[in-house]
Design a protein around this ligand. Structure first.
Ligand code: FE
Ligand code: FE
Ligand code: ZN
Length: 280
């Protein structure tokens, strides 16, 4: 099955969001569990979440992805901001409990100068204190472009965090790849795609990869800029994007577009990629 969707606004409610996704031919989606640049969450509309969950099952959606707000920084030097990160993480997982069996993705954060060793321990601390082995949601760490002091630019950094987390949580922890971020971080997804995936497999393990943010990039490899481009409009081009999504080690994953398009534009991108799925 080809699983493809986009980031979609939840502003008009969750069921509405599911219908929007279906209307553009998507069978997965990603949404912000709260205002991406703030910290406040709206009170949960439980009937809406339940209707949304039923909708996803009825229409055979692949796993969907809740995305943490950008303000969630579990490795801040500031204990107040770390506490806030844990609170948002806990609340978002409580929301995800109403749509069990899906993913919650977060950016490992920015260490802001204290260094990887110190910052990454705080990330592990948050995972170990908030997560439980029986939670219905799998938490994903996203691969980052290495802008500023971002943690998660290399497979080694992500592997370290996964390895340090409580082993009992391991089945509920995974990775979300992002093509724009990986390339910006320096990984070759063009000529060196096979080699990059071998490195990923030996460092983290391909079975840990649960979702894929499929974005073109405005900048060439290694630029650390994190500027997404629409499908076919960037460094990879349509051919490069199609080679990535058709790779035998990736093609089973839910692909989420985070491209600068509106709902209609996303619909066109989905149609285009459906046309090219299966071709290598
Ligand atoms: Fe992200
Ligand atoms: Fe992303
Ligand atoms: Zn990005």
């Amino acid at each position: 099955m080809f699983s493809i969707g986009t980031h979609i606004s939840s502003a008009k409610g969750y069921l509405h969001m599911g219908k929007d996704a279906l209307s553009i031919g998507a069978n997965t989606l990603q949404f912000f569990a709260r205002n991406p640049r703030g910290s406040k969450s709206k009170p949960l509309n439980i009937p809406d979440l339940q209707a949304f969950h039923q909708f996803l099952e009825e229409h055979g959606f692949a796993p969907i992805v809740g995305h943490a707000p950008y303000t969630l920084n579990p490795c801040s030097k500031d204990p107040g901001l770390r506490k806030l990160a844990s609170e948002m993480f806990r609340e978002d997982l409580a929301l995800m409990n109403y749509i069990p069996g899906n993913y919650y993705n977060f950016h490992p954060g920015s260490h802001l100068g204290q260094g990887f060793d110190s910052g990454s321990q705080y990330i592990v601390q948050m995972l170990n204190t908030v997560m439980t082995p029986d939670q219905p949601t799998t938490v994903l760490l996203e691969t980052m472009s290495g802008k500023g002091t971002e943690i998660g630019r290399t497979f080694e950094e992500l592997a370290w965090i996964l390895d340090q987390a409580d082993p009992a949580l391991s089945p509920k922890l995974g990775i979300c790849l992002d093509s724009c971020h990986l390339s910006d971080a320096g990984y070759d997804l063009m000529e060196g795609l096979d080699k990059t995936l071998e490195e990923l497999d030996s460092c983290i393990g391909l079975k840990r990869v649960k979702a894929f943010h499929l974005n073109d990039s405005q900048n060439p490899r290694g630029s650390h800029k994190d500027r997404h481009a629409s499908i076919g409009q960037g460094y990879f081009g349509l051919e490069g994007i199609c080679r990535i999504m058709n790779h035998p080690k990736l093609r089973h994953l839910p692909f989420i577009l985070e491209t600068p398009e509106d709902l209609e534009g996303h619909g066109k991108e989905i149609a285009l990629l459906k046309e090219h799925f299966g071709e290598v």
